[in-house]
Design a protein around this ligand. Structure first.
Ligand code: SF4
Ligand code: SF4
Length: 139
């Protein structure tokens, strides 16, 4: 009997307290600034150096470059950039190694899907994934 009263007392005491849980997904969850979420890609910053693909421990980055449209410019520009999120472990190494910050982590973590094919993300998708993009130089 004493146990029931104690339990009821605890419940009543906590009824008026502020909730610590979220009604996810109806209410978005704020992730901390250093959260390592799905990458955002800036094609215009990419110099096609291949360092991100080389350092990736799971080999999930595929990229190709093409010659610059200006024949006097010997630099390559990015043509295709794909990440396979079936095997990406969001380790952050690709963004750490990128010399131009063409690839950066974001706060977006929502990748659930009914099809594995949806987990292959291309340049366009990664560029449009701007949800709370975390750039190294951001104040
Ligand atoms: S976060 Fe890690 S596993 Fe994912 S693409 Fe970058 S280096 Fe590869
Ligand atoms: S994203 Fe960065 S590391 Fe990867 S190829 Fe482009 S410039 Fe190089």
């Amino acid at each position: 009997m004493l146990g029931i009263v104690k339990g009821l007392g605890f419940t009543l005491k906590n009824l008026a307290k502020k909730k610590v849980t979220y009604s996810y997904p109806d209410q978005p969850v704020e992730m901390p600034d250093r959260f390592r979420g799905i990458q955002h890609f800036y094609p215009e910053k990419c110099i096609v150096c291949n360092q991100c693909a080389a350092i990736c421990p799971t080999d999930c980055i595929q990229l190709t470059g093409k010659p610059h449209p200006d024949p006097n410019n010997k630099k390559k520009i990015i043509d295709t950039y794909d990440i396979n999120f079936e095997i990406c472990i969001l380790c952050d190494l690709c963004t750490e190694v990128c010399p131009t910050e063409a690839i950066v982590m974001s706060n977006n973590f929502e990748l659930s899907s009914y099809s594995r094919d949806d987990l292959f993300k291309d340049l366009q998708w990664l560029h449009e994934n701007t949800d709370s993009t975390r750039e190294v130089n951001k104040p």
